[in-house]
Design a protein around this ligand. Structure first.
Ligand code: HEC
Length: 121
């Protein structure tokens, strides 16, 4: 009987140990590396910082590789050197997978009104 319970616990632990997807890893990296501070929490960009969400992965990878190698087309882009250099090839793959496939998720959307005013919806 005891072995049955041990097996049950092991099986459920195994089933619940969900592997993090590239998308999820990319999202964590996007926030941990400060990308969101300039490019927006939804990768939406602003008038000064380019939008990244849903751009082609090949384009994003190329840009990040260039920045990582110290290649920029304009002086404005040089700000990206430090941020791109901090990324490994694996990070670039995960971050761009996240950005290219970006979908709005209501639950983790930062709501200023709710945070500052404690507004309950
Ligand atoms: C301090 C602000 C800042 C931070 C932080 C930052 N970026 Fe940027 N990023 C920029 C600027 C400025 C540009 C160049 C805009 C231009 O070309 O006019 C840029 C350009 C880019 C581009 C090229 C987009 C395009 O359409 O040309 C990519 C891709 C990019 N950043 C990804 C990232 C990632 C990934 C991170 C986090 C690791 C990050 N950025 C962090 C400011 C920032």
């Amino acid at each position: 009987m005891r072995i049955f319970f041990i097996l049950l616990i092991l099986t459920s632990a195994f089933l619940h140990a969900k592997k993090e997807t590239a998308y999820e890893k990319g999202r964590s990296l996007y926030f941990a590396n400060g990308c969101a501070n300039c490019h927006g929490t939804n990768g939406e960009g602003s008038s000064y910082y380019p939008k990244l969400a849903n751009k082609k992965q090949k384009f994003l990878i190329k840009k990040l590789q260039n920045f990582k190698n110290g290649i920029a087309n304009t002086q404005k882009q040089e700000i990206m050197f430090t941020f791109a250099k901090a990324l490994t090839q694996e990070d670039i793959k995960n971050i761009t997978t996240y950005l290219t496939n970006y979908k709005v998720e209501k639950s983790d959307k930062y709501d200023v009104a709710e945070d500052l005013l404690g507004v309950d919806y």
